[in-house]
Design a binder for this molecule. Structure first.
Ligand SMILES: NC(=O)c1ccc[n+]([C@@H]2O[C@H](COP(=O)([O-])OP(=O)(O)OC[C@H]3O[C@@H](n4cnc5c(N)ncnc54)[C@H](OP(=O)(O)O)[C@@H]3O)[C@@H](O)[C@H]2O)c1
Length: 227
């Protein structure tokens, strides 16, 4: 473990979710002061859990202010929020695609705007993208379009935030066994998906990248590849 990163204050969005919850658990095991932010509150023994809706700029500002008030600073962030609206393009509700765009693109933008001012010069932001950003899957027209737009937003931010010493890293997972897949009409073999507990240490490692290096994007697939 990189001692430089221990006891750092970290915000994880989507902390009530499969990936965000696993990342928060991993960071706490490594000694970080980890805060989770989502619309529901987690059952967090540390009480480092904040109500945060990525569609609501004010809730983002309030959450970040609460962290800096309690810990005196915010060092890093992992953005692991958002769901998906899955339907064939011909059946896609134009309103639904706005929800995907609002969570994954505009929500990420709202967070990045605030985080740029809040993080210090050694800060890191890891954004959970998706393999669906670069690969076409039937039923993923809305979700994939949002993830593709989120990817380019993050890549541009990665270049711009260098000026402030902040590293932005994109992680593109393949299928991860989380509640995101609950209720999907298609049948997927969830046993072949990556466990969130396998992805979480890799994301935590990215926050511990040595200071002289910057991982810009990385793809992490289930061992058996695409489902
Ligand atoms: N599972 C996969 O196969 C997979 C693969 C590639 C990428 N991803 C990406 O990984 C991220 C996390 O997905 P997951 O699999 O962990 O899904 P999940 O288990 O369904 O968790 C989603 C999380 O996002 C939060 N969330 C949803 N809308 C939000 C909003 N408006 N504001 C704040 N938080 C919100 C949810 O909490 P609340 O409901 O409490 O707000 C929940 O904590 C997503 O960006 C997803 O696209 C997932």
């Amino acid at each position: 473990m990189n001692a430089r990163k221990t006891r750092r204050a970290v915000l994880v969005t989507g902390g009530t979710g499969g990936i965000g919850g696993a990342v928060a658990g991993e960071l706490r095991r490594r000694g970080a002061r980890c805060w989770t932010g989502s619309r529901r509150l987690t059952d967090d023994p540390d009480a480092r859990t904040l109500r945060l809706d990525v569609r609501d700029e004010r809730s983002i500002a309030t959450a970040i202010d609460a962290i800096t008030a309690r810990d005196g600073r915010l060092d890093d962030a992992v953005l692991a929020h958002g769901g998906g609206r899955f339907a064939d393009v011909a059946a896609l509700d134009p309103v639904a695609i706005r929800d995907d765009l609002d969570e994954h693109v505009v929500g990420t933008l709202r967070l990045l705007r605030r985080l740029r001012g809040a993080l210090g010069r050694d800060g890191s932001i890891v954004i959970v993208g998706s393999i669906a950003a670069t690969r076409a899957f039937p039923g993923c027209g809305s979700y994939g379009a949002a993830k593709a737009a989120q990817r380019m937003l993050a890549l541009v931010a990665a270049e711009e935030f260098r000026a402030d010493g902040i590293r932005v890293t994109l992680v593109h997972p393949g299928a991860v066994d989380t509640p995101l897949w609950d209720g999907r009409e298609e049948s997927f073999d969830r046993a072949r998906m990556m466990p969130a507990a396998a992805l979480a240490p890799l994301i935590a490692d990215l926050l511990e990248t040595p200071p002289g290096a910057h991982v810009t994007e990385v793809t992490v697939m289930p061992r058996g590849g695409v489902l």
